[in-house]
Design a protein around this ligand. Structure first.
Ligand code: SF4
Length: 334
């Protein structure tokens, strides 16, 4: 890529696209997989009813229930993304429910099914901290040893136990820390999810979560606004007037502040949520993904903020000038 193009593409945060380009030397797209898992926070093993913002879809596409195999989902997703972005490499993203919540042999079979051909260069496995044990981590590490990039995505949402209790997460911050320690023992890349706008939290508490996790050995982070979906317990609270979502401006401000608190090495995998329009109850602005992204980028420029600024890290232009042109996943996680 020419240096002019690199500068144009440069963002004030460490985007997943930039990271993947640097590692693989080209565009890599994630293919979302619904692999038919469930969740211990819904089936009663841990809790019943699930997180209060979750509905029966568990962030999934429903493709598995509709009879599409993992292989079929991968092939269809790769074809679509290859057409749209001219991508030639892909990461299988197991998104729906808790994708480590099954016996080891079932996990292995389902992960293997996603590795349809040499175009699949990685796995991203979404799960909960209480669905991790050493055997599972070893299984994921075995894919890394085979040369795949492996991301373990563990939802945290908040570092405040009072909030985790209130939203019925069914795990504590300390359990998250234990699972993270285990994953890092095997050098997995770990990404976590944080939600801004959870009930009962002030903006200061939301940013305290970022401050708490900023020094953890995390490799990636996804930001979400709390949006209310049909069929969730949040919908009842919202309709009773007991919950007021963040405004778009408040959310944008929080994300920009949070980015400035985070070290540059953390790869930002998502800046805003992406609700299905037919499921969304509120806020209406959650439908405006492109606008929210644009506002975040503009606010970073207008306030001269960048990821790592509050930690005294240099601006991204300097970072880009000094970064190696290509990193290996292993080198990144070391
Ligand atoms: S952990 Fe995920 S799938 Fe399970 S209840 Fe919470 S949001 Fe839903």
């Amino acid at each position: 890529m020419s240096s002019a193009r690199r500068l144009l593409e440069l963002k004030r945060y460490h985007s997943l696209n930039a990271f993947l380009r640097r590692v693989f030397g080209e565009r890599v797209q994630k293919v979302t997989i619904d692999a038919g898992f469930t969740c211990p926070n819904r089936d009663g093993a841990r809790e019943k009813g699930g997180c209060i913002y979750c509905n029966a879809f568990g962030s999934g596409t429903g493709a598995f229930k509709e009879g599409l195999t993992i292989r079929e989902q991968m092939l269809a997703g790769m074809e679509r993304l290859a057409r749209r972005y001219r991508a030639r490499k892909f990461i299988a993203y197991f998104q729906a429910f808790s994708n480590t919540y099954a016996p080891l042999e079932v996990l292995k079979k389902r992960y293997e099914e996603a590795l349809v051909d040499e175009r699949v260069v990685g796995l991203a496995i979404g799960t909960r901290p209480d669905c991790i044990n050493e055997e599972i981590v070893k299984l994921l590490a075995s894919y890394q040893e085979r040369g795949f990039m492996v991301w373990l995505e563990m939802g945290l949402q908040s570092a405040h136990n009072k909030t985790l209790f209130l939203i019925n997460r069914g795990h504590t911050y300390e359990e998250f820390l234990q699972a993270l320690k285990l994953a890092k023992k095997y050098d997995l890349l770990v990404c976590t999810h944080v939600i801004f706008g959870l009930p009962g939290e002030t903006p200061a508490e939301m940013l305290q979560t970022i401050e708490k996790i900023a020094d953890l050995p995390l490799d990636g982070l996804k930001f979400h606004e709390l949006y209310v979906v049909r069929g969730s317990r949040m919908e009842e609270l919202y309709r009773k007037g007991a919950y007021k979502p963040l405004t778009q401006a408040e959310y944008v401000d929080l994300v920009c502040e949070a980015l400035a608190l985070l070290p540059w090495r953390v790869v930002i995998q998502r800046l805003t949520g992406d609700p299905r329009p037919e499921e969304l109850v509120a806020p209406a602005w959650a439908r405006e993904k492109s606008k929210t992204l644009r506002l975040i980028e503009e606010t970073l420029v207008n306030r001269d903020l960048w990821q790592g600024k509050y930690r005294g890290e240099p601006d991204p232009l300097l970072k880009e000038a000094t970064a190696p042109s290509r990193l290996s996943p292993g080198a990144y996680s070391a």
